[in-house]
Design a protein around this ligand. Sequence first.
Ligand code: 8ID
Ligand code: ZN
Length: 359
Amino acid sequence: MPTYNIPKTQKAAVVEKTGAPLQIRNDWPVKQQKDLAPGECLVKLDCSGACHTDLHAAIGDWPVPPVTPLIGGHEGVGIIVAIGDNTSNSPVKLGDRVGIKWLADSCLNCEHCRKGREQNCPHAKLSGYTVDGTFQEYVVSYVNHVTPIPEGFPSDAAASILCAGVTVYRAIKYSQTNPGDWIVLPGAGGGLGHLSVQYARVCGLRVIAIDTGAEKKNLCLKLGAEKFIDFKESKDIVADVRNATGGEGAHAAVVTSSAPGGYTQATEYLRSGGTLMCVGLPGDSKLVTSIFFTVFKSLNILGSYVGNRQDAREALDIAARGDVKVHFSVKPLAELKSVYDGMHHGTVAGRIVLDMTKK
Ligand code: 8ID
Ligand code: ZN
C-alpha cells in the first residue's frame, strides 16, 4: 500500500459569503485520514476545470443557495491519498487516479438512484455547491461516486469531461436523434458547447453551432459543425436554422447557453417531433413558448441535468480514445478570478483548466 504525507493546511479559492470577492488562501485545513467518515476518501488534485456553474455559485444567482464559505469546482482529477476507516466494499483504492464530478455523492437507495437518476437523489451532495469542491489542493470525496480515469489519459485533458463532457454527452444521448439528423447547439463555443459539437459528431449528427465571434466560430467549424450562426450578427436565427435544414427545421437542440432567448428560438426552429434539451441554467427565467405549437408540432421539451456514474464512464471512454478533445488552456488556481471575468464577458472559447500543482 502506498503511503502519503498529508499536510495540515493547503491552498484553496474561497468565497466567504455569496457574492463576496474570491480569496486565495494558503491556510485552509486539510481533512486528515483519521477524520474521514466511512465511504469518504481524500483526493490530492492534479487539476480542475472551471465551469460556468462555479461562477453562478460564487455570484449566487440560482434559486437554490450554495453553502458558505464556498469552495467551488467540480471538474477535478487527482490521486486518492486516504480512505476513511471502516469503508466497506470500496470500488477504488489508495493511489487510484479518479475524477470528481458535480454529483459528489448520492444515497444509491432511493427511487431516483435505483432508476439511475442519481443526480435527482434528495440526499445528493454537490461538489463545489453543497460540499467543498475542487478549487483546492485536497478534496474530500466519496468512494462510490468518484470516477476512475482511464490509464494514459492525461489529467488536464480529462478534467472537463467530468462536468461539461458528461452533461452534453447525456443530453445528446437522450435527444431522440438518429445519425444524419440535424442538431442545433446554442452556446457551442463555450465549455459545454464545444464538447457538444464533438459528441454530436461522434453520434453521426449534422451540427449547426450558434455562438458569437471569430474565435468561437473557427473552433466550432474545426470541430465539425457544418454551419455557424453568430447570435449577435444574425437578423433572424430561426429563419437561418430553417434555411440551413432545407426549410423543415432541426430535429433537436441542446441549449448550453444560459440566455433565455436561446430557448425560445429553439422551440421555434425545431421541426415537428423535435426535441429541446434544456441544459444552460439561467437562475430566474421562464421558458416562453407557444403552447399551441408545442402540441401541434408534437415537440419534446426535456431538462437534462449532468449525468450518472455510467454516463461519466461512457463520456470519459469516448474522450480517452481521442474522439472528443477538450480545447483548454491551463492556468494556476490564483488566476480563478480572471477566469470568472472572462466567462462573464463570454471571452473563453472552450475551457480553462486550473493546475493545482503550480504555485
Ligand atoms: O447539468 C446541467 N444542465 C449543466 C451542467 C453544467 C453546466 C448546466 N450547466 C450550465 C452552466 O451553469 C451555465 O448556465 O450550462 C451553462 C453553460 O456552461 P458553460 O459551458 O460552462 O458556460 P460558458 O463556457 O460560459 O459557455 C456559454 C456560451 O454561451 C454563449 C456564450 O458566448 C458562451 O460561449 N451564449 C450566450 I452567453 N448567449 C448565447 C445565445 N443567445 C450564446 N450562444 C448562443 N446564443
Ligand atoms: Zn459544471
